[in-house]
Design a protein around this ligand. Sequence first.
Ligand code: ITT
Length: 210
Amino acid sequence: MSPPHHIVLASNNAGKVREINQLLADQQIQVSPQREFAIPEAEESGLTFVENALLKARNAAAHSGLPAIADDSGLEVDALRGAPGIYSARYAGPGCSDADNNHQLLLALNGLPEAQRSARFQCVMVYLRHAEDPTPIICQGSWEGRILTTPEGENGFGYDPLFWVEEEGCSAAQLSAERKNQLSHRGQALRQLVRALAGSGGVPSGATTP
Ligand code: ITT
């Protein structure tokens, strides 16, 4: 049995949707962002990336009747004991912009030397065959870097202008979309998910295959 052909993507973040669509471009999967179904936003009440990803995917699957993929991701800064973490999208407060979050992060790390600015992006990507799927596919990726003292670059989204990628000698926002997807937490998680989907055939748990 082949993988599902139509999946709802449980994200309202345009940057994520763009990257995920690029990563899935050569797969035989049609991924529709949840805004096309007017799906109400899920409350991200979990305390882990996994919990929040499941909440978002379940919400999108329930409202669309389709299998769903969700990405819960964030930036962990060692000097901030893992903050902003699961709160990365709203670090500077409700309704804040990427620029507000970056400003907040620079304030929090003000004066800290380079050696103490280590950080990583985390991404948990989940797939639910349907809203009550008891065996979700859960994949995870992480990407090591360091927080700059001033933003650099225009590409990407979120904290990319402050995320220095040592092995590339530039910020994440100075990488091409293709290169970022090759390296990033999201790219790692989604490639795993695609492999798992190809193996599972996207069959609902409990269903029998001929
Ligand atoms: P959805 O829940 O609708 O997908 P969101 O932005 O609220 O969108 P999250 O709760 O997963 O999603 O928060 C992720 C935040 O982490 C995101 O808003 C960015 O601030 C940051 N982030 C995640 N991946 C990133 C990346 O690749 N580059 C820069 N920042 C990233």
